[in-house]
Design a binder for this molecule. Sequence first.
Ligand SMILES: O=C(O)CCC(=O)C(=O)O
Ligand SMILES: [Fe+2]
Length: 380
Amino acid sequence: MCERERERERERERERERERENMGVDSAFVLDPEWRPKLGNTSNSSDQIPVIDLEPIWIHHPTRIQQVVEQIGEACENWGFFQIINHGIPLLLFDELKELAVEFFRLPVSEKRLVGRSLLNPLGFSDIELTKNVRDWKEIFDFVIRGVLEVPAEFEGNSEAVHQFQNKWPLNPSGLRDACEKWAAAVRILALKLLELISCSLGLSPTHFHDFFVGDTSYMRLNYYSKCEAPDLVLGVGRHKDSGGLTVLMQDEVEGLEVKRKDGEWIRISPCAGAFVVNLGGLFQVWSNDKFLSVEHRVVVNKHKDRFSIPLFLNPNHNTSVAPIEELLDAEHPPMYHPINWGKFYRRRKAGNFQNLGVENLQISHYLISQSTFVTSDYT
Ligand SMILES: O=C(O)CCC(=O)C(=O)O
Ligand SMILES: [Fe+2]
């Protein structure tokens, strides 16, 4: 680093410090100016991600199911995101869960840390997660849908040792576990249905992905974004792409989720009452050999209102080797990615979310065959 860059870095640090003093926001949350959200700059409705009606699935209407498949395929190619309505999941379950979750997040932090995540165990409560090495303005609670998470013990090297982690449930409020489990069971069925539809939209059989998701590492996250004095300096979740299979998210009525459109513009998603927001993780970008996109998104926080959301991250078994699907390859479409060992990738990403490793977090793009500097044997 040359002297001029060092001086610029010191100036940035001084600026963050001044902002911290003025705004009452800890400098750990403050983003460099280029990454800060532009508040009030929300998009109009014609820019919205597609809203897809799933009703034909439940009434078994073959022609209209085919239309749904086509709509999903187009949304996956053009946006990597869509919303779904008529999904069949009772929203009362969400309302009940939200009430209990908010009660939990409003407990003293010392009590929440009794079920806290650690460097070793990725399940439970955290208020110190980093995205791109900056602290997110959020509190989270993670739990796995199968009750147990099986992942490689180490993310480096070739060891086949496996660690098992159990969910950590708080005693207070007492109904939280039950509400989480009911919600998770219902949304998982929906997510597996979406997996089948996405598979069809790639021209594959509906069951093509089933085997990968036996003994899955899927988990759910309760996201609580408390109101913030300086929403222009921080993000609830910094810009990122989800790295797993599929994300199926329910949000409350407070907007905040923004998606990066193909032209680079950030589009605020208007919550569509009762709709799920669905987006593809990086594994689908690999499986589809870049036909489908895993798109960057972020969460803006609010000066006046708390926000609550629950994503389900549908992720395969940790042993899954993820590579472009053979049926989609030919001489004109050679594979773009090296195979990825999902379990090792997941462990490595989690470590980066927890501590500043001083380098860019591991990304799916690091496995691009064209990225010749990457040593694949480190992580596959
Ligand atoms: O809260 C949201 O709307 C999105 C959260 C998100 O992107 C994530 O947890 O990966
Ligand atoms: Fe995300």
